[in-house]
Design a protein around this ligand. Sequence first.
Ligand SMILES: NC(=O)c1ccc[n+]([C@@H]2O[C@H](COP(=O)([O-])OP(=O)(O)OC[C@H]3O[C@@H](n4cnc5c(N)ncnc54)[C@H](O)[C@@H]3O)[C@@H](O)[C@H]2O)c1
Ligand SMILES: [Fe+2]
Length: 374
Amino acid sequence: MLNLTQPLEMLRPPVLRFGVGTLSELAPWVAAQGYRRPFVVADAVNAGRLAQLGLSVTGCFGDVVPEPDVPNLEQAVAAAERAGADCILGFGGGSAMDLAKLVAVMVGQGVTLGEISGPHRAPARRVGLVQIPTTAGTGSEVGTRALITDPRTRSKIATESRHMLADLAIIDPALTYSVPAFVTAATGVDAMAHCVEAYTSRRAHPIIDSYALQGIELVGKYLKRAVEDGSDAEARAGLALAAFYGGVCLGPVNTTAGHAVAYPLGTRHKLAHGIANALIFPHVLAVNAPAQPEKTALICQALGFDHGAPDLVLAGARAFCEALGLDMRLRAHAVPEDDLPAMAQEAHQIRRLLDWNPVDLSVRDIEALYRAAY
Ligand SMILES: NC(=O)c1ccc[n+]([C@@H]2O[C@H](COP(=O)([O-])OP(=O)(O)OC[C@H]3O[C@@H](n4cnc5c(N)ncnc54)[C@H](O)[C@@H]3O)[C@@H](O)[C@H]2O)c1
Ligand SMILES: [Fe+2]
């Protein structure tokens, strides 16, 4: 745990617009910057509603797949190069925004992902970058990190650079009204998991703790409402804010065991990032509870269930997710039981996250956690 005397760097896009209707500020901003060839990186849903951007674009790569992989990135970079893009607009959930970050640093620079992945290796951008989230989950719009799946190793490649930070982020909650209930629930738990894991991390910092706890409270207050009524404007705005706070937490502190243990569900079994994290969240919260009793109590309180012994925390967190309509059993999501040992081995190697978990988890602990979730 860090204390207030310890240094912390926070990065944020220089301009951030938040609120219903802020998308209308995109076109004037692009014009004011002098960009003439804006290029959109979007998933199919958002590629189908480009008119909402209120801007004439030079092209769109509309084939971003959930949990994008290296070939998907290469296609997007090639499309942006063909279009002569001078500004990249990420328009979608974390998948589109992560891809947009990498396209922005790679376009026209003749570099491969292998040459820029890891921390601080990406070249300075030659193009602008705008991020427009349409899910309330990843907080990728305010971050410097992108995650791309390597189909050969089936692992996530993390790339991080301040050059991948957007010049402008527009968080317009109205863009999330159309997110289906299941995706709303899963991405909302993901946003909350960013906050929870940063809050309980070994390198938690008081500055970030404030954002984290507020993010958790917002999810406790609004997620069920948004799942039940996607047009609930107040709930959608609350979740968009929670996702933003989660993104703030990811920068200097980042996630811990929850995300590490969830990753193999995505890379090996194609579960989407949100649901993978939701399935694991109650188990990691419970296993970490004895190491972080006060913070765990505040998390449980913010989400509206009882705290105390790990069993109670697990039951409460699970019930919270089930009340959102999520089936919380790994078996219900086509995860093969005989792969659990290999998944545990793989998760255990994600040291960049696990080293900051408040409790040391062995391969055996992780496998037990998968079995409990199965
Ligand atoms: N950069 C980071 O710090 C960070 C953090 C967490 C996750 N991630 C990455 O983000 C990705 C997951 O992002 P996500 O959870 O936002 O999911 P996503 O971007 O894959 O979107 C999920 C689904 O929702 C659809 N969708 C998006 N917006 C919609 C809308 N407004 N209406 C209807 N449908 C809509 C998409 O087409 C897609 O099918 C993963 O690749 C994950 O690794 C990145
Ligand atoms: Fe996440």
